[in-house]
Each structure stands twice: as C-alpha cells, then as structure tokens.
Write a protein that binds this ligand. Structure first.
Ligand SMILES: [Zn+2]
Length: 315
C-alpha cells in the first residue's frame, strides 16, 4: 500500500469526484477524520452519492472492506465544514477544517450509525488509517486540537454528533500502538503472496518453493508483522545446525531461514549470521528509500538486485 505524489493510494479503487475538492492552499494536514455514512454499504455508492450532492470524502470503505478513493490526499475534500460547537480547541479554527483534514468514511447501512463496522472494514480501514498517518505525518493517536485522529463529531457536535457513531476506538488505538493487525488484512495477504511468487521465474518447472511449508508459514507471519525478508531465492535444502540437529535451510533475498526438522524452532539470519531484524532497503529504487524505507515495490525486484544481495550474503 502506498501513495503516489498526488496522494492517490495504489490499492484503493479510484472513484474520482475531485470536482468536489479544493487546493489545500499550502495548509498542512494535521488531522484524520473518521466518519460513518449512516446509510449504504458500498464505497462506490458513497462516492456517487457524495459526488452528486456537493460533498466528498477522500476514502470510503465498503462493508466488505474494499477501499474506494474519491479525492487525492493532496487536495481538500468537502467533508468536515463547518466547525460547529467543536469538542476540541482546534489550533486552526481560523481555517475551514477541510483544509487541514483527511477523511475516511466507513459505510454503515443503518441510518443511525449505531451498528459498528464489520471485521472486513476493521482490517482494511485500520491499515488505511495507519498508512495515512505515517505518510502525512499525523500522530497515530486519539487527536487533540493540534493533531491526530478524530471523529466528525469532534468538529461538529451538533449536526454530526453520531458521526461515526459506534466505532471500535479502543481496537484502533491498540492496533496503532502495536503497529500490527491481529490478523492480516486482504491487502497484506495479497502483498505477501505476490512477494513470495515474485521470484518464481528463478525456479523452472514445478520446483517453485512451496507456500504452504512450515518455513513459508513463519515467513508469512513475519512479513505480516512488517519484516522485509524478501522472496525466496532457493527451495528448502537439508542441513545440520551447529548443535547437530537436522534442519531445512531456505535462502531469501535478505535472510536465511533455518527450520529445525523436529519443528522446535525456525530462525531467520541476516547476511552476517545475526538474527534478522528489519532494516531499510538501500538498494531499492531511490523513490522507495526516500518515501517509505523498508518497503519494496515488487515490480522493482530485478535480477541485478538479487545478484547484489547474493554477493552481500556470500562476500
Ligand atoms: Zn461525518
């Protein structure tokens, strides 16, 4: 998941309603605003409705978890004006709040917003909120007047007191503190599977490494947790560790895995034989290093990078 330079998210479905938006006029984004739609279950339906009614939102998350984007984050959506008996003492109360906010609508079919969001919305919506905060420098915490994550009701306690209505705030805070989902969302699952498969062409015939092995399962869990082990460069080979235990060994782009055949341990080591820790990718495309250290766009894996990393593992 990443944003381009205009603020379009690659994994969101684009439903462009940016005729209903403003230039931010150089005003810095300080707050992410959570909304509930009080009607409707799909993000595209929400965008269509808003586009026809003189309002807009950056994101709308369908009850099935699909993320739709209507406005690029660099522009101001028309979702939050005006300040109306705000619950917080906003530092930029002198400005239209649309200029300093990014809005996420959670689709809620019931018109009173009393039903909470679905698990699928939680999975993709929480990951989206985290990515927005990290990309735009919004603190990953319950907001105050200066910055952070707030509800629409914080801006307008009169007309929007029930926006977003029932919402799993404590789960969101726990997610953002831990930084990891309890279970991966569908984007993480798809990302990890694509990363694993990205070196399939190195394995002619049917020798492509299994994605259901014990090693693969541990690899998945670590990648979901944010480690950048890289895709497999070899299949599993038999070996023995220093303690004389039978192991399976598999080499990944940035780590070597040793799996005790008795299932008692599975460890990943970096090129120096130390326990693997995540660290920024320094040989990836400069754009990735600049914008999102630690993240690799799969389409940028090239043979030369793989050779380079092999050299690093075998100096
Ligand atoms: Zn709202």
């Amino acid at each position: 998941m990443r944003f381009d330079s205009d603020g379009w998210l690659d994994l969101a479905q684009e439903y462009n309603i940016s005729t209903n938006s403003w230039d931010r006029g150089g005003v810095k984004v300080t707050h992410l605003v959570v909304h509930g739609t009080a009607g409707g279950s799909t993000g595209d339906g929400t965008m269509a409705y808003m586009g026809n009614n003189g309002v807009s939102t950056h994101f709308a998350i369908s009850t099935d978890g699909t993320i739709y984007q209507g406005i690029p984050c660099n522009r101001a959506a028309w979702a939050n004006a005006p300040l109306n008996a705000p619950r917080l003492n906003f530092a930029r109360a002198d400005l239209n709040p649309n200029l300093w906010t990014i809005s996420c609508e959670f689709c809620k079919p019931d018109i009173t917003n009393q039903v909470t969001i679905t698990d699928a919305q939680k999975q993709s919506g929480f990951a989206l909120i985290k990515m927005i905060c990290e990309t735009y420098g919004i603190p990953k915490k319950q907001g105050d007047g200066n910055s952070g994550i707030i509800s629409h009701a914080d801006i307008n306690s009169i007309d929007r007191a029930r926006c977003p209505g029932t919402f799993p705030w404590s789960d969101l805070v726990a997610f953002l503190k831990g930084g990891q989902p309890v279970t991966p969302n569908k984007y993480q699952i798809a990302d990890a599977a694509a990363e694993w498969a990205s070196t399939a062409s190195l394995f002619p015939g049917d020798k492509s490494p299994s994605y259901t092995s014990g090693i693969a399962k541990v690899w998945m869990a670590r990648v979901y947790a944010g480690q950048r082990l890289g895709p497999p460069l070899t299949g599993e080979t038999d070996g023995t560790d220093w303690g004389g235990n039978a192991i399976k060994v598999q080499q990944f782009l940035r780590a070597r895995c040793e799996w005790r055949v008795d299932g008692s341990s599975c460890r990943f080591f970096d090129g120096r034989g130390k326990s693997f820790q995540s660290y920024p990718i320094i040989w990836a495309h400069p754009d990735h290093f600049h914008r999102d250290p630690g993240r690799v766009n799969l389409t940028d894996y090239r043979q030369r990078d793989i050779y380079k990393s092999l050299l690093a593992f075998h100096p």
